[in-house]
Design a protein around this ligand. Structure first.
Ligand code: SF4
Length: 343
């Protein structure tokens, strides 16, 4: 505080300084998993560079889509943001507080605001617990419901909110379909009344006919509970439906980030263009005419990623500079950033 009792003006770049509508500010996040050799004397022989220096700002109430091929690091990024993995370096500012510096007690308290919906509704629910106990567990952990009656009322309310019969609370996960199980997972994530939810491929394990229902439910819940989402998916059609902004990841790096319409209508990065060219278009006339960009080769290993631009081994426009220097993410126009030496 200053002598006149006012809070001093924040310094740019200081911890805790985020613009008014920013909920989460991820800065230079790195998540490397060490590779070791030897049973007793474990020597570090390398690292899986799953997430390498990503920065992303998430505004209150928006949905950010994080897309890329499987193995590109998007799920690891989601988990590192929520501190389910301890990041190698970087900052994750949630309402100005750096989560990476919190002790385990403080992080446990903070966790009620930050929840996750998992990909596999079959594996993410404990088969030995009733639905009521699964959904009610966060209420107990975070001391939201003080007695059994309050807890069971709140569980019934949550089941209703996600479109399930509240009398299902005594049943077990195996008695439900995939879509219903994902609704149970969503109810569990919402139980602690979070403000930020990472949804990690929340519909990819479901039948196509069920996917739209779950995506619509997530949208309704976002409006009702003022939620902010990080929506991780390899499915660009689903992301186009739900996201306000989209970040594209390739081999641990964000290569392009833009408002949804800007990204889908005017993609800039050669990798984004290739991904979008593979998305089917429902109109057969348009589908027949459009150009497909076929990428050659496999995604390189994150243990030994290519130098310079990590996409250079597969890029049809590769230049000498691409092999030597990492392209920075630069603003191409308002709301559109791209990491490519072509721009
Ligand atoms: Fe391709 Fe070079 Fe751009 Fe990377 S920087 S995407 S290799 S043109």
């Amino acid at each position: 505080m200053t002598v006149d009792g006012n809070t001093p003006a924040p310094q740019p770049g200081a911890e805790g300084v985020v613009s008014g509508d920013t909920l989460l500010d991820v800065r230079d996040l790195v998540m490397h998993f060490p590779l070791t050799k030897g049973i007793i004397m474990q020597r570090k022989v390398g690292a899986v560079q799953a997430v390498d220096d990503i920065s992303i700002t998430v505004r209150k109430g928006e949905t950010i889509g994080l897309v890329g091929e499987s193995g590109c690091g998007k799920s690891t990024a989601g988990r590192a943001i929520l501190q389910l993995y301890k990041p190698t370096s970087g900052q994750v500012l949630y309402e100005g507080r750096d989560l990476t510096t919190l002790g385990s007690n403080e992080m446990r308290r903070m966790r009620r605001h930050l929840q996750m919906i998992f990909q596999d509704p079959y594996a993410s629910l404990n088969p030995r617990m009733t639905v009521g106990n699964i959904v009610g567990e966060p209420l107990q952990i975070h001391k939201i419901a003080t007695n059994n009656k309050e807890r069971s009322e709140r569980v019934q309310e949550l089941l209703k909110v996600v479109g399930l019969n509240p009398y299902f609370a005594n049943r077990y996960p195996h008695e439900f379909s995939g879509g219903q199980r994902q609704r149970i997972g969503i109810a569990r994530a919402l139980a602690a009344r979070p403000s930020f939810v990472v949804a990690d491929e929340p519909v990819s394990a479901l039948d196509v006919s069920i996917q739209a229902q779950v995506v619509n439910l997530l949208e309704e819940l976002q409006d009702e509970f003022n939620l902010t989402y990080l929506f991780i998916s390899h499915d660009l059609s689903v992301v186009r439906h739900i996201a306000d902004r989209v970040a594209v990841m390739y081999l641990g790096k964000i290569v392009e980030i833009a408002d949804r319409n800007s990204l889908y209508e005017n993609p800039s990065h050669p990798y984004t263009k290739a991904l979008l060219s593979a998305v089917p278009i429902p109109d057969p006339k348009v589908e027949r005419k459009r150009e497909r960009i076929i990428l050659t080769g496999d995604v390189p290993s994150p243990i030994n990623p290519p130098s310079g631009c990590r996409f250079h081994t597969r890029c049809p426009y590769v230049m000498d500079v691409c092999k030597e220097k990492v392209p920075p993410l630069i603003k191409q126009k308002e709301g559109h950033e791209v990491a490519c030496w072509l721009y």
